[in-house]
Design a binder for this molecule. Structure first.
Ligand code: ADP
Ligand code: ZN
Ligand code: ZN
Length: 679
């Protein structure tokens, strides 16, 4: 029998994960030890026995075998939270691609993006204890169904489908309470952007100081304190963004992912994991298993597909519990508006609606699909477009005559004359949030207008400040990007205008229709949350597009059917899987050549598996250069994630070998499984 060697990480500290050390696996343990196993090893000069975690196994020693020490045993305790997280990291590395160290740094409680709210901050919010509500029949059916499964030993994932205001959060709260009664803990993921004081108050009013809330913006001490509390069993619930998934609870029984369709659940750095899939894996790994509840008004195609296959449990909340009926929805064809001489960004119907609301003292939300939309600056004489000198994107006009690159932050003054032809007709076509705000202020000087976008929410607390000011009716009109769409309750809003609903249809990736549909449905859901009935105006150039049409009618099943037909036809996720192999290089030729070599490598590996996997590319990425780094992509389309994982491993081995031999230059590889956004 060949010797087996284990890479181990000794003493996983919160602060940093060091490089792994290699130990020999004794024959007696060869069948027991897996990646993620806790082991005991002699460490340092004194050979003191320390606990370590196995992060890799191999049959080739990295150095003279006689110098390699041997693992002495396995700690005889239950699987601690860390061991589960190390196993989860190993799964993430395998599935999504990254180094083991990067995966460990992601799952171990040291994430740099998480801040825990201090006791002081929490107390500052007037959270009165909440009396338990009696659930509606639909809520009761969901909560008791999920709990009955749990008690019967069934562990699975449930989709809880319901428009905002239909009572999903109350179902979560009931399920969490029941889990706590069973000695279990719960992890609640909420998109960072929706972690408003409103939401947090609801949880603290039920769980008091047994709940910890994670927030972005770092405070190390507080973070450790709360993770330590989780480990010691002093709290039962953690609420936070994606990274809160890795809370070291001893006995988690329930993982909730609210707004599961949200793009922020996918990591943008390696490993580029998706919290939904990772939560399901974690639920399998924890002792006794956990249930997973996904909540959404506009579920991802992934979730709907699994429901249709019968893999997920499914509960539906069809009624709004407060705030009356669903809003009336109207689609306005912008081409018609133009034909009849209206050249403003506001249709006649929307203008009339705004004026009526202002007259009645009601509130209006104007939603613009994307920041910097058509914000580019060009010369009207020669057509010259101002581009970032470091990226293949055009610069966007901002206030004060600045031109800004949204990808690398490059800024320059907007020149008075065109640098190419000298013409003075240099202008920006601005229809982004800033421009809309300006126009609204000019049209209605007496109206109080707030704007919410990436620019106005840069500083700490500004996001909450804008929202609470609007909630307190200190403004009449809120203009904003997708940020204003999330589940906030503004009873004073009776009109929502969606200014260019189809803009996100033109982003050129396979999720464009899904995203557009979600945005329209979510935006429409902001109207009429109070006593007065709501109205929604959807302005679009493509009124006949199914994403627009079926968002207006709120027909989820019809939309999913159309969208899945398209995904199946083109073998896009979730009908199949898509692995983006992303190649970065300082020199375009070396990146291109390396990408071509990888293509050859993939073709060779797939020789006998013809038809199982489609290889597309290499081609320059949609944005071919960012911050002076050139970007190329190869796409692998395949139903079998294990085959994709093996192709990814092949590419990784190749670049590691090439790097060791000095052949890889400055080429970097990244992988993105089932990417959510274009590259
Ligand atoms: P969602 O999470 O789906 O947006 P919520 O759980 O926030 O919905 O419920 C929307 C509103 O309805 C909240 O104000 C909540 O307090 C109220 N609500 C929820 N369930 C009930 C119930 N069973 N009885 C009375 N009011 C309820
Ligand atoms: Zn010019
Ligand atoms: Zn740039």
């Amino acid at each position: 029998m060949r010797d087996l060697y284990a890479d181990v990480i000794v003493d996983i500290s919160h602060e940093k994960v060091d490089h792994p050390f290699t130990y020999r696996v004794p024959e007696a343990l060869a069948d027991t030890i897996r990646v993620g196993s806790p082991v005991l090893v002699p460490f340092g000069r004194g050979n003191n026995e320390r606990k370590a975690y196995v992060t890799g196994l191999s049959v080739t020693p990295p150095m003279d075998p006689s110098r390699i020490k041997e693992i002495t045993g396995i700690p005889d305790r239950d699987l601690p939270a860390e061991a589960v997280l190390v196993q989860l990291a190993a799964w993430m590395k395998h599935t999504y691609g990254s180094t083991m160290i990067a995966a460990l740094k992601t799952v171990l409680p040291a994430s740099r993006t998480v801040r825990v709210r201090t006791r002081k901050e929490e107390q500052a919010e007037p959270a009165a204890p909440a009396a338990p509500l009696s659930l509606s029949d639909e809520q009761e059916a969901a909560a008791s169904g999920i709990l009955a499964d749990f008690d019967a030993g069934i562990r699975k994932t449930y989709l809880l489908l319901g428009i905002t205001g239909s009572g999903k959060t109350e179902v979560y709260i009931r399920c969490i309470k029941e889990m706590i009664a069973r000695g279990k803990q719960a992890i609640v993921l909420i998109p960072e952007i929706a972690l408003s004081w409103q939401t947090l108050n609801r949880f603290t009013s039920h769980f008091g100081d047994r709940v910890a809330v994670m927030h972005s913006m770092l405070s190390k001490g507080e973070r450790f304190e709360h993770f330590d509390k989780a480990r010691r069993g002093e709290i039962d619930v953690i609420i936070g963004p994606r990274s809160a998934l890795f809370s070291p609870f001893p006995n988690p029984g329930l993982i909730i992912i609210d707004e599961e369709h949200e793009g922020s659940y996918k990591s943008e750095t390696m490993p580029k994991y998706h919290a939904r899939e990772t939560a399901e894996e974690l639920a399998r790994l924890v002792p006794g298993g956990a249930s997973v509840i996904l909540g959404s008004a506009t579920p991802s195609m992934e979730a709907m597909d699994r429901v249709q296959r019968g893999e997920y449990g499914f509960y539906r909340l069809t009624k709004r519990l407060t705030g009356g009926t669903l809003p009336g929805v109207e689609i306005v064809d912008l081409r018609e508006e133009l034909r009849s001489g209206n050249r403003t960004p506001f249709s006649r119907s929307l203008t009339k609606g705004i004026e009526e609301r202002l007259g009645r003292g009601e509130q209006v939300m104007l939603f613009i699909n994307r920041r910097g939309m058509a914000g580019f600056v060009s010369c009207r004489s020669c057509g010259h477009v101002f581009k970032c000198p470091h990226c293949d994107v055009s610069l966007s006009a901002h206030t004060g005559g600045r031109l800004v690159c949204h990808y690398c932050g490059h800024e320059e003054e907007q020149p008075a004359l065109c640098p190419k032809c000298g013409s003075k007709y240099v202008s920006s076509f601005r229809a982004g949030t800033e421009a809309i705000e300006e126009k609204i202020r000019r049209m209605y000087p007496a109206a109080r207008v707030l704007r919410m976008d990436a620019d106005t929410t840069r500083t700490k607390g500004s996001y909450d400040r804008i929202l609470s000011a609007f909630a307190k009716r200190e403004a009449d009109i809120l203009v904003g990007t997708q940020m204003i769409v999330k589940g906030h309750d503004f009873p004073g809003v009776t009109l929502v205008g969606i200014l260019a609903a189809d803009l996100s249809l033109n982003t050129g990736d396979y999720r464009a229709a899904e995203r557009t549909w979600q945005l329209i449905v979510q935006a429409a859901g902001r109207a009429g949350r109070g006593e007065a009935p709501g109205h929604v105006v959807i302005q679009t150039y493509q009124p006949e597009h199914y994403a627009v049409r079926l968002a207006a009618t709120q027909d989820i099943d019809a939309f999913c059917k159309e969208e899945m037909t398209y995904r199946r036809l083109l073998h896009y996720p979730p009908a199949s899987h898509l692995l983006a192999v992303q190649i970065y290089a300082k020199q375009a030729p070396s990146g291109e050549a390396y990408a071509a070599e990888l293509r050859t490598l993939f073709d060779g590996a797939l020789q006998d598996r013809n038809g199982d996997c489609t290889v597309i590319g290499p081609a320059p990425a949609a944005i071919g250069r960012i911050a002076d780094v050139y970007r190329f992509a190869i796409y692998l389309k395949c139903a079998d994630t294990e085959l994709l994982a093996s192709l990814k491993d092949l590419a990784e081995e190749r670049i590691n070998e090439d790097r060791a031999a000095g052949r890889a230059g400055d080429v970097l590889l990244q992988f993105d499984l089932d990417p959510l956004r274009g590259f």
